[in-house]
Ligand binder design. Sequence first.
Ligand code: TRP
Length: 341
Amino acid sequence: MSKPIILTGDRPTGKLHIGHYVGSLRNRVLLQNEGKHDMFIFIADQQALTDNAKNPEKVRQSVGEVALDYLAAGLDPEQVTLFIQSQIPELAELTMYYMNLVSLARLERNPTVKTEIAQKGFGESIPAGFLVYPISQAADITAFKANFVPVGNDQKPMIEQTREIVRSFNHTYQADVLVEPEGIFPENEAAGRLPGLDGNAKMSKSLGNGIYLADDFDTVQKKVMSMYTDPDHIRVEDPGKIEGNMVFHYLDVFGREEDQATIAEMKEHYQRGGLGDVKTKRYLLDVLDRELSPIRERRLELAKDMGEVYNMLAKGSEKARTVVAKTLDEVKDAMGINYFK
Ligand code: TRP
């Protein structure tokens, strides 16, 4: 029996931050180490280009950064296939066929795409490639016959659209070629979307409110010391609030089993008054650094030989390509367009 297949990926638009880490990377490493799935993890550079066409250099740089983040966080190319989307032209070919199964109106209804269009301020000039990226994402997923796709909640519409394409394809061509994937969504709301250091609901590069896996200790320290806490907690002896206090929010996300008693006690003390922000921040810094320092050290080591990192990606891409080519062949068989066979 072959193992169930997991596929997921990230857009390379910058380095990965600790929100990515707790929201998905950490879980991918756990899944990898369980060894119960065939895993494909990829860098979605073509998708990143759909709204960065004029800035390919940013995407190119970020491919290397994301690959370093993957490896440093513990993804092991011996156990999972790591690849780059654009190096598999068959994915674009699949996209071409799927486009005919999806209406323009359906694309325009995708709530995540709608939000992004509003945020990105395209105005009247929405790139066609941007509007159709959910179809290309369906190609990514179905090309590997993925059973499970671990992603953030914002990706629910993409999974739904993929399932529709699968049903439409199999029905239209009377074939049993494509597999309907299931999304795996973060169960833990706190980790599902880690807020920024400033309390903003989203940690993002453009808001400048994130901690990156690549940040050195001094940078992390500076960032932790600047975190948003309780603005009314002015003197140490004042009672403080823990709701909306990012230090306690992060402790809930990063604290391990053995930290729980200390965290509970600190929360109690803080609310009663007498516990200063600097102390809570120092403790958080310890907790964070315990998790981040091994990742940071591995990342520094790996970054010394980018040639090796790209070799690994090339090997993964080659392996992934054989899988995709097989699915594409089945797709063309089902459509009856393998003329020379
Ligand atoms: N849309 C995803 C994101 O923004 C990236 C992605 C592209 C993806 N193709 C995928 C995720 C296929 C899972 C499966 O992060």
